[in-house]
Design a protein around this ligand. Structure first.
Ligand code: RFL
Ligand code: PHB
Length: 402
């Protein structure tokens, strides 16, 4: 039977980055990904990398194209009450910024590196179950291109997203889940038109939330809050542009450039945490353990932070025989996860309009936004969370000794 040190279920950003970090530390791994390569490389998702994620990709040797093509952003714009306010990240955070570089591109870069110089990365390899194998070691049962196979591992890491199977390896009663569903979704579009803005715009409006993002100097990515259950077919292109225009409107002159829409999809929003993130020799990382609504741009960055902590823990165990960082993994990650959960919930609930929102709640939102625009302390709190905290077990987010 095939054997590896770390069996990785899922070849999204978490699984691919973990494989890369382990490879760099001289630890072997196998990545099993249920989809084909083209699907994984084209799945439209995140767009914003925190400074810490950028630093990690560079240090992992996966930053060359990102540094050529990524766009450094030193702030975001908040729009509310037909006014605009900028949060200046370097000024508010002591020099931090973010980078616009799409998840699709991060994934392409990591796949290419893994195939060129890493351990095995199998596409169309669907994991059916993670079970107990011989000597207490976990066993991954999977189907690769129609054939059933087993992989015995010293450790398994479930990087298999929200609907993944790895977490089912935890015995009944071990996992606790915390969840919040939101009464709205996002309609996301890609458009072949240069963005009408230099930095992302997060807009609160009486018609609902809108977000202006980008993929490159020639491709815009925009989102509209829509009711749950919305069918994208009910949103012809002109309706989308008219609605974006209305939600981004300012008292001063401002024009949103329109162009051909090349993709449209509806995304539900949820907050979810599964604890603990480790049981015995099975670990969870990324969306397999936690989901945030996208308003804080945290999902991909949390996935990266988890696997950095885990790779350092495996490296320490290999070098010194000490399992202290492996033992601390779940607590170390959950501290950052819950901070990001709070921030993502805060951004979401401050900027969106509930279907049955009272005028009182709207006035509270506007007061909160006004506070962000007028208090350096309030603005710094958002900027620090958005630009992200340093990553790693030695970073300030690590738990203090108990
Ligand atoms: P993924 O990306 O879901 O990858 C999991 C992988 O596991 C595979 N898989 C299996 N493989 C083998 N056997 C099985 N049984 C398997 N079951 C599943 C899947 O095919 C998949 O390839 O999780 P990962 O790696 O943890 O990465 C998480 C991120 O993808 C996610 O958090 C972000 O995309 C969230 N997110 C954003 N994050 C940010 O940091 N910044 C953003 O600006 C941002 N914007 C977004 C987002 C997510 C969005 N959507 C679609 C939910 C915008 C959107 C619209
Ligand atoms: C994106 O570019 O897809 C994006 C940017 C910021 C967010 C969410 C999504 O908060």
């Amino acid at each position: 039977m095939q054997h590896t040190t770390v069996g990785i279920v899922g070849g999204g950003p978490a699984g691919l980055l973990l494989a890369r970090l382990l490879h760099n530390a001289g630890i072997d791994s196998v990545v099993l990904e249920s989809r084909d390569r083209a699907y994984v490389e084209q799945r439209q998702r995140a767009g914003i990398l925190e400074q810490g994620t950028v630093d990690v990709l560079r240090a992992a040797g996966a930053g060359a194209r990102m540094d050529r093509e990524g766009l450094v952003h030193e702030g975001i714009e908040l729009r509310f009450g037909r006014r605009s306010h900028r949060l200046d990240f370097p000024a508010l955070t002591g020099g931090r910024s973010v980078m616009v570089y799409a998840q699709t591109e991060v994934v392409k870069d990591l796949v290419a590196l893994q195939l060129a110089e890493g351990g095995p990365l199998l596409f169309e390899a669907e994991v059916r179950a993670v079970e107990d194998g011989d000597g207490g070691r976990p066993l991954i049962r999977y189907t690769h291109q129609g054939r059933e196979a087993d992989l015995s591992c010293d450790y398994v890491v479930g990087c298999d997203g929200f609907h993944g199977v790895a977490k089912h390896a935890f015995p009944a009663g071990v996992l606790r889940s915390y969840e919040r569903a939101y009464p709205y979704s996002w309609l996301g579009i890609l458009a072949d038109v240069p963005p009408s803005y230099d930095e992302l715009i997060y807009a609160h409006s009486p018609r609902g939330f809108a977000l202006g993002s980008m993929r490159s100097p020639t491709v815009s990515r925009l989102y509209l809050q829509v009711p749950n259950g919305t069918d994208p077919a009910d949103w012809p292109d002109e309706r989308i542009w008219d609605e974006l225009d209305a939600r981004f409107a300012l008292d001063s002159d401002w024009t949103l450039r329109r162009g051909p829409i090349t993709a449209k999809s509806v995304l539900p929003m949820r907050s979810h945490v599964t604890e603990p993130m480790r049981h015995g020799r099975v670990f969870l990382a990324g969306d397999a353990a936690h989901i945030v609504p996208p308003t804080g741009a945290k999902g991909l960055n949390l996935a990266a932070a988890d696997v950095v902590v885990l790779a350092e823990a495996f490296a320490r165990f290999q070098e010194t025989g000490s399992a202290d960082l492996l033992d601390a993994y779940s607590d170390t990650c959950l501290r950052r996860v819950w901070r990001a959960e709070h921030f993502s919930w805060f951004m979401t609930s401050t900027l969106h309009t509930d279907p049955d929102q009272s005028p009182f709640a709207t006035r509270l939102q506007l007061s909160q936004l006004d506070r962000l625009a007028s208090s350096r302390h309030a603005a710094a709190e958002v900027a620090e969370n958005y630009a992200g905290l340093p990553i790693g077990p030695t970073a300030p987010t690590a738990p203090t000794a108990r």
